[in-house]
Design a protein around this ligand. Structure first.
Ligand SMILES: C[S@@+](CC[C@H](N)C(=O)[O-])C[C@H]1O[C@@H](n2cnc3c(N)ncnc32)[C@H](O)[C@@H]1O
Length: 222
């Protein structure tokens, strides 16, 4: 990502980290919706390497760990990266206290894949929640390709990404300076990046209202 945009995104998520949590996790209960979707997805199981791309505070990782703990899954390893050190700091503090599952974190830009440790390959699952909105539109397929390069053969990608409509034009595009997409645009970028078996799924009850603003896309790599 070019330095001016990178600095702008970092500044946004450093200065507004608390507001983001309050609005999306407190008011809209987005984190609970993602956790409920993950729990019923069947995608979390034993012996998986799971990467959270653009992890922010790390609530997706926390949800994965809760599911693994509750269901007594073993052999799960968690990896998470984010562009903004202030967002990652909270996850790192929490990760240091977790004994049950190893969690590795890294400050990195999805568009600079060499910033990730070389050992972060062969991921069985990659989850990307509300991050691709910050990649320049013309580089969406490149960002997805960088994720595909980290997937194991037969691995699964799960993307939560903002749906383009009147609501998100105000709430997400203007207020949070993010790109918003149609399903066709996301599907085209995924195919361009080498993904196949692309399926649009939905947030379950009682979080179905989140489907108004977000798309949930499941894909596997060729
Ligand atoms: C809306 S927050 C989502 C955080 C978290 N995934 C969640 O679902 O709550 C967007 C996050 O994406 C990160 N981000 C934006 N551009 C990025 C990039 N190019 N590479 C990695 N992370 C990025 C931001 O730093 C921020 O933490």
């Amino acid at each position: 990502m070019q330095a001016p945009l990178r600095d702008k995104v970092r500044q946004l998520y450093t200065q507004k980290a608390g507001l983001y949590r309050f609005c999306f996790y407190g008011v809209f209960r987005y984190g609970s919706g993602v956790a409920a979707h993950l729990a019923q997805s069947g995608l979390i199981a034993s012996d998986l390497r799971i990467l959270d791309a653009g992890c922010g505070h790390g609530d997706v990782m926390k949800a994965c760990l809760r599911i693994a703990d509750q269901r007594k899954y073993v052999g799960v390893s968690l990896f998470a990266f984010d562009l903004t050190p202030a967002m990652l700091a909270e996850l790192e503090a929490w990760a240091a206290q977790q004994a049950s599952i190893p969690i590795q974190t890294q400050v990195a830009d999805i568009l600079e894949p060499d910033q990730l440790p070389p050992s972060w390959t062969h991921m069985d699952r990659i989850i990307c929640s509300a991050m691709l909105e910050y990649v320049p539109r013309e580089r969406l397929a490149e960002a997805l390709g960088n994720l595909r390069a980290r997937l194991a053969p037969g691995g699964h990608l799960l993307v939560y990404i903002t749906r383009r409509n009147w609501l998100t034009r105000w709430l997400i595009a203007r207020w949070w300076a993010a790109n918003i997409y149609t399903p066709a645009e996301v599907e085209e970028a995924l195919r361009h990046a080498g993904f196949q078996s692309i399926t649009f799924t939905r947030f379950p009850f009682p979080y179905a209202y989140l489907n108004l603003a977000m798309m949930v896309v499941h894909a596997t790599a060729r």
